[in-house]
Design a protein around this ligand. Structure first.
Ligand SMILES: O=C(CO)COP(=O)(O)O
Length: 260
């Protein structure tokens, strides 16, 4: 069986300017030690305007913190006012890029085809997509959460080959648990993350499925991370609100020391 190194990624959303970004990453680097970085990969996903500052700090001080962006254009360049390309993110040393976050699907009308195009765009520039899927409250209430999340996975991975699929990170983020304080139970998270892994095995093979990291996201805090992380198919967390507090995020990164 492949061992999957846990990934704890902080999606800052539209928070923190570049000064604040530097302060947060410095605090985080100060709070965490090599043992923490050995146990889990730790990443921050700041707004575009912070990335250059984060890059300079991380590279200058050789920090073991990975970073990436929250979105990218499906295009590689050209007359697309306001867009940021994968090539630009790669040039800034980004490892990750979030694709298909529910806030982009909801507020920017991103559908599965666009999300799929963005997954391909990320791969063209050797960025690892953190592909977000997850159902809204109505779908959950009628029990369609697994089919819905698998449908989003299928759509996002169209024409993505096994080699590329291997490097993808999937994040299950039930929309009803995002920013609401309403965390899915560890069993809820496991149910869908397990189903996503089974679907990866169907779309590709067992090797791909066992290598892909699947994260849970939605109101993750230091007080609930331990229970989520012990689930067999949950390989990390995509943390929103709690990731812009360095102390709280550091505790989440040390999930094995937190109460279950
Ligand atoms: O959307 C999320 C991470 O991408 C989750 O946000 P919260 O942790 O604030 O609920």
């Amino acid at each position: 069986m492949t061992t999957r190194k846990p990934l704890i990624a902080g999606n800052w959303k539209m928070n923190l300017n570049h000064f604040e970004a530097i302060a947060l990453v410095q605090k985080l680097a100060f709070a965490l030690n090599d043992k923490d970085f050995d146990k889990a990969e730790i990443a921050v996903l700041p707004p575009f305007t912070d990335l250059r500052s984060v890059q300079t700090l991380v590279q200058g001080d050789k920090l073991r913190i990975a970073y990436g962006a929250q979105d990218l254009s499906q295009h590689d360049g050209g007359a697309y006012t306001g867009e940021v390309s994968g090539a630009m993110l790669a040039k800034l040393g980004c490892t990750y890029v979030v694709v298909g976050h529910s806030e982009r699907r909801q507020h920017h009308g991103e559908d599965d085809d666009l999300v799929n195009a963005k997954v391909h765009a990320a791969h063209r520039h050797s960025l690892t997509p953190i592909l977000c899927v997850g159902e809204g409250l109505a779908v959950r209430q009628e029990g369609g959460h697994i089919a819905y999340s698998l449908g989003q996975l299928d759509g996002a991975l169209r024409k993505v080959g096994p080699e590329q699929a291997k490097s993808i990170v999937v994040a299950y983020e039930p929309v009803w648990a995002i920013g609401t304080g309403e965390v899915a139970t560890p069993e809820d998270a496991q149910e869908v993350c397990g189903a996503l892994r089974v679907r990866l095995a169907e779309l590709y093979d067992a090797e791909v499925a066992s290598g892909v990291r699947i994260l849970y996201g939605g109101s993750v805090k230091s007080g609930n991370i331990a229970g989520i992380m012990v689930q067999p198919d949950v390989d990390g967390a995509l943390v929103g609100g709690a990731s812009i507090d360095a102390g709280e995020f550091a505790k989440i990164c040390r999930f094995s020391d937190m109460p279950g």
